[in-house]
Write a protein that binds this ligand. Structure first.
Ligand code: ADP
Ligand code: MG
Length: 592
């Protein structure tokens, strides 16, 4: 009865299990290594990545290094120089403390570390594969540590196969990198992916660091927050309501300069923004909370991104009121921030436009659905979009799917500003306008892609939009697809400006900035589908008319007509039902 015998797990098994908790993907390694470098007091940290971390993750720092005779020890589980007694656990001043990262990483990859302290006259190197030391050596190297991780999950194929495409893994890595560099503007960082510099960040202040990561479209909307109480000291920035986005991407909490996730604190921020944001828009923030380390517990999850607070309720209230305070100040007077870099005052794309006084849109009659997709943004009244359909198809009689009706001559009406209702010989048909429009755009884009005809119009003056490093990567990765769709553009990598020289006929150039904003707000997933398909889906989502928009009779007819030329009328590009039929017998059932 061997199964009843209790045995201690062999070390390598225990290490693999622990590794599973700490290291989920290449970005987890990036996080752990960057944190170790910061704990080591480094002022310059370089991150080198190959193939989104699947081939190589390397971190090089100028920190205090690991002493020659401790190098091998650092890779043992629960070996840490950061805790001496259990008491220290409740007074943490470092990012690491569990002593798990290096043992976990070396359990599931090929690691090479070279490190030197000021006390040692020479550096020591060590090679470890699956927790086994292959070799140790002495080498010439400057003070600091270089840590290379290759062949991640080489001994856990299931894990390796579980990794997502390069672009998804790179996105995760950039996210971790962003969290660290925003928490530490006082340090120098660089990030090189496949031999190309993605970021070179010199030490600076927080505002400029945020700007170099997220671009002008974030940094132009920053409002400082400040609060100092015995419970907590708060610093950082919130993003003005006019700069809010449709994604949670720009939400950052740092406790004692450690990035954390906190639905609880997020709720506090949300409530401070109450009434200032349109539905589906999220507040943006970079909030630094400084608390006595004794008053928090970070040891509740291996990834150390969750925190328990001793005095939650006060923290909630203080945060909320300090944000309200900043929003209030901002409304009555322009913010004076002497740290602000004046060259960053005007986003590039606004420079050539007529100046319009920025205003906070707190209009009690405000109907978020009244205008188009972009109605909550800075440029709200510049583009009153109309739904564009191809006119040739609108007068066609459409047949098929047991339908035999002429969409332009059938009575249609809009219900709840969300559905189109039309009568068929067999009964009633109810169509979700947003999903229908998504389907129309999606098929149009795909047909553009396959037909090879040009569907684009060149613009007289290149149309510029300003982006950030992450978005530049997107444009580079998707250049071919976007070109096939009819976008022609060149990328100014240093200023992160995209110059469009040609855009598809389907698009309004005044909407480009919003369009790509929406596109980036949506998670871009490439799992299982072609890149073209994913991009078309996301563009359809970004461009489609929203539910809640009133459509003219003409627009209703056009939308129906276009939908019924689609190859698939029943499902949206995201596989959601577009329409429902209520036939005579169902109606009879309800009424009789
Ligand atoms: P933890 O960070 O929780 O202490 P790790 O497994 O991440 O555990 O690291 C183990 C130890 O190795 C650290 O406590 C530290 O002493 C040493 N170490 C790791 N990375 C570095 C580095 N880049 N520079 C100096 N020392 C390091
Ligand atoms: Mg660590």
């Amino acid at each position: 009865m061997t199964k009843d015998v209790i045995k201690l797990l062999p070390d390598h098994v225990a290490n693999q299990i622990a590794a599973g908790e700490v290291i989920q993907r290449p970005s987890s390694i990036v996080k752990e290594l960057l944190e170790n470098s910061i704990d080591a007091g480094a002022t310059k940290i370089d991150l080198v990545i190959k193939d989104s971390g699947k081939t190589l993750v390397q971190v090089i720092d100028n920190g205090r290094g690991i002493a020659n005779n401790y190098l091998a020890l650092a890779f043992q589980r629960h070996s840490t120089s950061k805790l001496k007694t259990a008491k220290d656990l409740f007074n943490l001043k470092t990012k690491g403390f569990r002593g798990e990262a290096l043992s976990s990483i070396s359990a599931i990859s090929h690691v090479e570390t070279i490190s030197r302290t000021a006390k040692d006259s020479i550096a020591k190197s060590i090679k470890i594969e699956g927790n086994e030391i292959l070799s140790e050596d002495y080498k010439a190297a400057p003070i600091g540590t270089s840590f290379s991780v290759r062949n991640l999950f080489f001994n856990i194929p299931a894990r390796r196969n579980f990794l997502k495409s390069d672009s998804v893994e790179l996105k995760h890595i950039i996210e971790e990198f962003n969290r660290v560099v925003v928490a530490h503007p006082e340090l120098n960082f660089s990030f090189i992916q496949n031999g190309k510099e993605i970021f070179v960040l010199k030490k600076t202040n927080l505002r400029k660091r945020i700007s170099s990561i997220f671009g002008h479209k974030v940094s132009n909307f920053l409002v400082p927050i400040k609060e100092d109480t015995p419970v907590v000291k708060i610093t950082g920035f919130i993003i003005k309501p006019s700069g809010a986005r449709k994604s949670r991407g720009n939400q950052f909490f740092f406790i004692n300069n450690r990035y954390i996730k906190s639905p609880f604190l997020n709720h506090s921020v949300k409530s401070a923004f109450d009434g200032l944001l349109s539905p589906k828009y999220y507040p943006g923030y970079f909030i630094f909370l400084h608390v006595n380390p004794k008053k928090i517990d970070i040891n509740i999850h291996p990834s150390k991104t969750e925190v328990k607070f001793e005095d939650e309720q006060s923290l909630y209230a203080i945060l909320r009121s300090s944000i309200k305070h900043s929003l209030g100040i901002f409304q009555v007077s322009p913010t004076l921030d002497f740290e602000k870099d004046s060259s960053m005052e005007t986003p590039y794309s606004f420079k050539e436009k007529d100046p319009s006084s920025p205003k906070i849109s707190v209009n009690s009659n405000f109907n978020p659905f009244k205008n188009n997709l972009s109605s909550y943004s800075f440029e709200s009244n510049q583009n009153n979009s109309q739904i564009e359909f191809e006119s040739e198809i609108t007068n066609k009689v459409i047949e098929g799917d047991n339908l035999d009706f002429n969409p332009t001559h059938t009575k249609v009406f809009q219900l709840f500003k969300k559905y189109l209702v039309t009568a068929l010989p067999s009964g009633l048909m109810i169509i979700n306008q947003k999903r229908a429009h998504q389907r129309v755009i999606y098929e149009k884009l795909l047909s553009n892609l396959s037909s090879k005809k040009t569907h684009s119009q060149s613009v007289l003056f290149p149309f510029k939009i300003s982006t950030n490093a992450q978005e530049v990567i997107f444009f580079n990765q998707n250049k071919k697809t976007l070109q096939a769709m009819g976008f022609e553009f060149n990328i100014d990598e240093s200023s992160k400006i995209i110059n469009f020289t040609s855009i598809p006929i389907l698009f309004d150039k005044n909407q480009l900035e919003n369009l790509f904003d929406n596109l980036f707000s949506n998670e871009i997933k490439y799992n299982g589908f072609s890149q073209a398909d994913s991009v078309s889906k996301q563009l359809s989502k970004a461009m489609a008319i929203p539910n809640g928009k009133t459509l003219s009779i003409e627009e209703q007819h056009k939308l129906l007509a276009s939908l019924f030329t689609c190859k698939e009328k029943n499902l949206s590009p995201f596989n959601r039902p577009i329409l429902v039929n209520l036939d005579e017998s169902e109606i009879n059932k309800k009424i009789n």
